[in-house]
Design a protein around this ligand. Structure first.
Ligand SMILES: Cc1ncc(COP(=O)(O)O)c(C=O)c1O
Ligand SMILES: N[C@@H](CCCC[NH3+])C(=O)O
Length: 416
């Protein structure tokens, strides 16, 4: 499972894609996504474990279709994500909606769709129970265990905005009972890009313990957070080892509780992260004295992670001969901010204007976090299909189209 796009796809193929469809372009590999889904689906064979894909990692409908074909359901965090899945024909029961500061309108919309609602505050749970007596729902609790690749993405700590405090779970149960609402699920998500498998196992223990206080329970959702290696040489998350330790716990729980409860996980990054690259072309090479800069046609408007979390993505010059002499570069974006740096002090073959760079492991939280900052157009997206075709799954808008769409949305009157 340790493969990256650059190990699975010929560099000439990536260069051909950049040549034909231009840059910046996200490229995804269907086979890799399918393999990764299958690995998860088979991980707990014999146990009632299902997998949801966290749509926020990458919501391209063609990728969602592939993931759905691989028997995963969907973890959504907004009414828009719910509608996206519904419009793709995903059955409501396969959509899990973890709300986060939800409005009444969103609650009614999601209830109308019939998706599984997961409430993260007592206030919202109360409002739901009052308006939908006799129904069922799930609650998100905060286990006070936290992990994540950066403080901004750890979600289970005491001060996190997410979830209902663990000690308030009995209150949530009582509240639901008052309105004849069944709490059929409990959920937690401790963070994204977990660094210590132990934390996830502890969270499982906490949820399994909490489950004993909820009579009507049908499922327990342990959240997402499975990490991927971003730096070369970084170790892969020991998925099989984690699964075997988790399996022991789940089996004991089922034995003790008499069964009838299923388990869910909802990873995003692990499924699509390694299966995507962002191709960008160098248009400026400049020596600033202490630093040499490679200026590209993309930036944090297209891949925010380095700027937001200081995240590391490997950057490979796929045009340069492997034998070229090496240099140290800062790889810079084209956004008007000093923080728009995609990689610092990267040792790369001597790079020239026109060379194509592949920014690796960009399949998750790349395109979904992209914006039009500096009024720039979004990247195109290409899927390398199982049959070996290159399928455009999002075409690039021209600069003209981008500006026209913007003006139209603002309602500003422009002469035709
Ligand atoms: C509630 C919830 N579930 C699942 C995920 C998916 O996380 P990851 O992509 O790290 O698996 C997230 C993101 O952190 C999340 O907030
Ligand atoms: N956007 C984050 C992870 C997801 C956080 C969502 N709760 C990242 O790029 O690493």
């Amino acid at each position: 499972m340790s493969k990256k796009v650059i190990d699975s796809v010929d560099v000439d193929r990536l260069l051909a894609i950049a040549e034909k469809w231009g840059t910046p372009t996200y490229v995804y590999v269907e086979d890799m996504i399918r393999d990764r889904c299958r690995k998860l689906v088979n991980l707990f064979s014999g146990l009632p474990v299902s997998w949801l894909y966290a749509v926020k990692a990458n919501d391209n409908p063609f990728l969602l279709e592939i993931i759905s074909e691989e028997q995963l359901g969907f973890d959504t965090v907004s009414y828009e994500e719910v509608l996206l899945c519904r419009k793709l024909g995903v059955p409501a029961e396969n959509i899990f909606y973890t709300e986060n500061n939800m409005t009444d309108e969103e609650m009614h919309g999601a209830a109308r769709e019939g998706v599984v609602l997961n409430f993260g505050s007592l206030g919202r749970l109360r409002s739901y129970c009052e308006q939908y007596p006799g129904s069922s729902c799930s609650v998100r609790i905060k286990p006070d265990i936290s992990d994540g690749h950066h403080a901004k993405v750890d979600t289970g700590n005491e001060d996190s905005k997410f979830g209902i405090r663990m000690d308030l779970l009995p209150e949530a149960v009582a509240l639901a009972r008052q309105h004849d609402v069944s709490i059929t699920g409990i959920h937690a998500h401790i963070g994204s890009g977990i660094t210590e498998p132990e934390n996830l196992l502890n969270e499982i223990d906490i949820l399994l313990h909490a489950a004993k206080g909820v009579d009507s329970l049908k499922f327990i959702n342990f959240g997402g957070g499975l990490p991927i290696p971003y730096r070369s040489g970084e170790e892969e998350f020991a998925l099989d080892q984690f699964a075997s330790l988790a399996k022991e716990r789940l089996e004991t729980f089922l034995e003790e509780s008499g069964g009838g409860i299923s388990f869910l996980f909802e990873p995003g990054r692990w499924i699509v992260g390694p299966a995507g690259v962002l191709l960008t072309r160098v248009n400026t090479v400049k020596d600033q004295g202490r630093k040499k800069f490679l200026g590209t046609d993309t930036g944090f408007n297209h891949l925010l992670r380095p700027a937001l979390y200081d995240s590391w993505h490997e950057i490979v010059n796929i045009s340069a001969a492997k034998t070229a002499k090496e240099e140290k570069y800062n790889v810079a974006g084209n956004i008007c901010e000093s923080g728009d740096i995609l990689g610092t002090d990267r040792i790369m073959p001597e790079t020239r204007t026109g060379d194509c760079l592949a920014i690796l492991d960009a399949g998750a939280y790349g395109m979904t976090m992209a914006s039009h900052y500096n009024r720039r157009a979004l990247p195109a997206e290409i899927l390398i299909t199982t049959k070996g075709f290159h399928k455009v799954i999002r075409r690039r808008s021209s600069a003209d189209e981008t500006v026209d769409r913007f003006l139209k949305e603002t309602g500003y009157p422009v002469d035709a």
